[in-house]
Write a protein that binds this ligand. Sequence first.
Ligand code: ADP
Length: 425
Amino acid sequence: MSPIKLGCIADDFTGATALANNLVRAGMRVVQAMGVPAQPLDVDVDAVVVALKSRTVAPADAVAESLAALRWLQAQGAEQIYFKYCSTFDSTPKGNIGPVAEALMDALGTDFTIATPAFPDNGRTVFKGHLFVGEGLLNESGMQNHPLTPMTDPNLVRVLQAQCQRKVGLIDHKVVAQGAAAITAHIAALRADGVGLAVVDAVTNEDLVRMGPALKALPLLTAGSGVAIGLPANWGLAPSTQASALPPATGLQAVVSGSCSLATNRQVLAFIKAGRPAMAVDPLRIAAGIDVAAEALAWAQPLLAGGPVLVYSSADSNAVKSVQGRLGVEEAGAMVERTIAAIARGLVALGVRQLVVAGGETSGACVQALGITQMKIGTQIDPGVPWCHAASGVAGPEGLHITLKSGNFGTDDFFTKAFNQLSLS
Ligand code: ADP
């Protein structure tokens, strides 16, 4: 194996995919690993994104997991490390962005890194150190009411300073607008001034691309997924179809959906309207002890040869609330996740090799049920949602194509579009 160029540590699963997607689009061949792999890498790629679930765990645990990921990435030869967090900077005064960033700085022996969640394609922009979500400031975006990480201050210098031992500074838009040389000079001045971490303004993709060359010499970057678009060029890589190449698609096609988000509900409806077979899973029947997974698989088996089928628990908010009222929120969620995951596993055992999974938590459950530990990232179907290829104990040696769509992503025709795209690639 050749050594990897960029080693990434993401603090959650879907965020890891969004970062991988941006790197692939900018020309890198990327693998996403679920957790810190137990084995050395066995494929030739430019970058690996290790997906952790460290966003809201205790800071000491987030640090320990991130350092374990760092050690594995270093063992694969990573020349630069990228710590990826949420583009709404989800954290509390205790962490975990600051403590993880500083622990990685210590481990890498570096006195300086940047911090910017800017991702203009998704409406996240940073101006004078303040984070905007769409048209408004972070603290007016709804994030101020987040149950775990309420973001009540849009000033990221202040937010990050509260989480850090080192001094936090700013590289503002006037410097960024002047380009890489000015940014490099400003970094030197901040370093001389004792600044350890600097928030960087970026309001457009051009800002992020301009930033790229100035970040080349830093051992550690901390950011949302936006900064990724300017990095592959530092290794002479340019966008190419080769970066997103996956093995040819084979086998049967299916969609499983445990997402009740508005976009997913529209996608389920569009798939049914397009005349494709679909079966609804009723949580109350699962709760009554009926083997709903076996029913769904018996229903799907004769239909699969005729094209993609859908099994869904997706429902509107009233139906979900009524089920949650009877079964409990967590109990209902876990039960449906287990059932959808068992159906995904059964479908793959029946020969499905092109699988669309809708729902963030649902995706986690399905990936686990399929024994997937690593995915090669392919072309984007819709922003933030690429096709991937993964080995799976259930699929056999050829593996399967899988796409994990979190709730509100994707156009209404996402399900059919995804299969059409795969047949063209
Ligand atoms: P999203 O990405 O849209 O948030 P997730 O899969 O992350 O989707 O979360 C949806 C949650 O709702 C899961 O825990 C799932 O098991 C649960 N769920 C799905 N369908 C139903 C339903 N009909 N009633 C109650 N809970 C449901």
